[in-house]
Design a protein around this ligand. Structure first.
Ligand code: SF4
Ligand code: SF4
Length: 128
């Protein structure tokens, strides 16, 4: 039976070092959610990636994501797809040591349904 990792919203993944990459559709959605023009959103919340191949979210002084407010994501309804997909669609060696997602055994159909939902959320919003 497939294992689906159920996020417990501990926000550990919002605090560890790394980049939250942004594509054009995500910038459009996030800017609208913050009631900002895309230009102003980028000025306030985005930075150039070190490889200069696009933008990523800025970090706070302690390395946490700029949108982490206490224990909550300030842009939860429109958070980037990279955030939505962790840890089921991507993760890294040893992530279980810091991520509190609970492994749940589900049927193959249920697993597929949940994965489609994760992907569809981003696609739906990208089409908004
Ligand atoms: S956008 Fe939200 S979910 Fe994604 S890293 Fe930032 S605070 Fe966490
Ligand atoms: S570290 Fe794991 S359990 Fe915690 S918010 Fe991120 S995905 Fe969810």
């Amino acid at each position: 039976m497939p294992i689906f990792l159920e996020c417990q919203r501990c926000t550990a993944c919002c605090r560890w070092p790394g980049q939250v990459l942004l594509n054009d559709a995500e910038i459009t959605r996030l800017a609208a959610f913050k009631c900002l023009s895309e230009h102003d959103f980028i000025q306030q919340f985005a930075r150039l990636r070190p490889d200069r191949r696009g933008l990523a979210l800025k970090e706070q002084s302690d390395g946490a994501c700029i949108f982490l407010e206490d224990e909550n994501c300030a842009v939860q309804p429109v958070k980037p797809q990279k955030c939505r997909e962790f840890p089921n669609l991507w993760n890294f060696h040893g992530f279980e040591k810091v991520c509190h997602a609970i492994p749940c055994e589900v049927s193959a159909a249920e697993y597929q349904h949940r994965i489609v939902l994760i992907k569809a959320k981003g696609n739906d919003r990208a089409a908004d």
